[in-house]
Design a protein around this ligand. Structure first.
Ligand code: GCU
Length: 327
């Protein structure tokens, strides 16, 4: 072997060693979410990662696992609490059985426009109130993603509340959802997000409820050709972080993660409207019909729930008062 070749090989070996040392020195941060890579939340997490990497050099190796690769929201939530996964986006509805104040967003028709709702979930007071018991709960809410408005969609057209009678509709985990479905006269079927496609395919359920992205990203539009704008809930996905991980940060680092979460929220809000419009057009080409219904008729069915929920769960009263400020 000539000298030049030996030097080249040594340089390569040394740089590989240096790389692996610096890679070893980095702490891996795992982020998980259940959405596809075109979803606004994935874009938001990319912005989150970039912000941290641009502001804290060579310390963290940030890995994002989309598509529910790390498991369902319910499962990942448990892993965040024990700091096996550091960050995730989770519907506040999936948290409410554990931490009651999160039930605020599941109240049907709490907001009368997405504008009002977006202002509410961007209010720092709201995050502060939600995070009040984070020391005990094991996770910290850092930002809220919109997730739009939830509407019913099914294999049959829903023109009025009566069309829901006795139908089996999938809802996400969260006690309030079952009460709401009962008030609508339908049967609720609590199921993980990733199981809905198969459940629709095999006629286990007649329909579901979600924003329009579910028709395309989760392909529910293959089976559900009717999407009715009843607008029963606006439920955010929260960017939450593991309490133990966040506690391990210095004050300066914590501030960077917090700014990164705010940046993620900005990106998510910006992407949202664009993605919804694209998804609607795509759904139309799949043969999905969008139906406008008499929203008041739906609202009247569930409005009595407001008092009942406030009475049963005083933890949401404070947030309910803040929400009313926005009217
Ligand atoms: C929305 C939300 C998800 C949630 C899902 C569901 O798509 O963004 O976080 O899991 O609804 O209905 O389960």
């Amino acid at each position: 072997m000539n000298l030049k070749k030996m030097i080249t090989i040594s340089v390569c070996v040394l740089s590989a060693l240096a790389l692996s040392v610096s890679a070893q020195a980095r702490t891996t941060i795992t982020i998980a979410h259940t959405h596809v890579e075109t979803h606004p939340e994935h874009k938001a997490f990319l912005a989150f990662k970039n912000h941290i990497e641009n502001n804290i050099e060579d310390k963290y190796d940030i890995q994002i696992y989309p598509n529910g690769l790390s498991g369902s929201n319910e499962r990942v939530f448990e892993l965040v609490k024990i700091n096996s996964i550091q960050f995730m986006a989770i519907s506040s509805s999936n948290i409410e059985n554990l931490a009651k104040s999160y039930a605020i967003f599941s109240i049907p028709y709490l907001f009368n426009s997405e504008d009002v709702y977006e202002k509410f979930i961007s209010d720092p007071e709201v995050l502060k109130e939600l995070g009040k018991n984070s020391d005990k709960e094991g996770f910290v809410p850092l930002a809220a993603f919109t997730a739009g408005t939830r509407n019913f969609y099914a294999k049959f057209p829903i023109y009025s509340v009566d069309d829901l009678k006795d139908k089996v509709i999938r809802v996400q985990t969260g006690r309030t959802n079952s009460l709401m479905m009962e008030a609508f006269g339908a049967n609720d079927y609590i199921m993980k997000f990733s199981d809905v496609y198969q459940a629709l395919k095999h006629d286990v359920i007649d329909g579901a409820e979600n924003n329009e992205l579910a028709l395309i990203d989760q392909k529910h539009g293959e089976f559900c050709k009717f999407y009715s704008y009843d607008g029963h809930q606006m439920i955010p996905d929260l960017l939450i972080g593991s309490r133990d991980f966040l506690k391990s940060l210095s004050d300066e680092e914590y501030a960077v993660f917090k700014e990164a979460a705010m940046e993620a929220q900005r990106v998510e809000f910006r992407e949202w409207k664009y993605r919804i419009n694209v998804a609607k057009e795509q759904a139309k080409t799949m043969g999905v019909n969008f139906i406008n219904v008499d929203v008041n008729a739906f609202r009247e069915k569930v409005l009595p729930l407001h008092d009942e929920l406030l009475e049963k769960n005083p933890k949401i009263r404070e947030l309910y008062e803040i929400a009313k400020k926005y009217y």
